[in-house]
Ligand binder design. Structure first.
Ligand code: FES
Ligand code: FES
Length: 163
């Protein structure tokens, strides 16, 4: 991958695709990806809390890989394709997942929900993810903490969406 361009003012020019929209933007070299998504693009569905890669509320997909956007810099996604909760929620094939969260009571306060849904969506996008048994699926979801402890509802929603 080519290195992004550093401008005279110290900002860095990056080109990326977010939820299907291609863009070239200048960002501070030290801007975190979560800050870029929320403050620059207004994609506030991605939350942040621990800021050290532990809680999972900031999870997005970068080239299909689960990524803690609090740990990544915006400049590191130069050339990448990103999918956030806003992009997931617009996909027709993910409506079953959104519906499952409602019907199975997969959220309480909702703060962790975007990260949970993005993580489950990543399973739905692969044959391997769809083939996981209950224990393997729980292991995959272990990086998404729910302070309301609504894990049973989240698990039911995941199982239903993946069935
Ligand atoms: S805010 Fe990124 S993992 Fe907690
Ligand atoms: S629903 Fe409140 S933190 Fe998970």
């Amino acid at each position: 991958m080519a290195h992004p361009t550093t401008n005279a003012d110290g900002s860095v020019s990056i080109t990326l695709t977010v939820n299907g929209e291609a863009m070239t933007v200048d960002v501070p070299a030290d801007m975190r990806l979560v800050t870029f998504l929320r403050d620059r693009l207004g994609l506030t569905g991605t939350k942040y809390a621990c800021e050290v890669g532990v809680c999972g509320v900031c999870t997005v997909l970068v080239d299909g890989r689960l990524t803690s956007s609090c740990l990544a810099l915006a400049v590191q996604v130069d050339g990448a394709e990103l999918l956030t909760i806003e992009g997931v929620s617009e996909r027709e094939d993910m409506q079953v997942l959104l519906d499952a969260f409602v019907s199975e009571g997969g959220f309480q306060c909702g703060f962790c929900t975007s990260g949970q849904i993005v993580t489950i969506a990543s399973l739905m996008m692969s044959d391997e993810g769809r083939a996981l048994d209950d224990e393997e699926r729980r292991h995959h979801l272990a990086g998404n903490l729910c302070r309301c402890t609504g894990y049973y509802g989240i698990e039911r929603a995941a199982r239903k969406a993946l069935s």
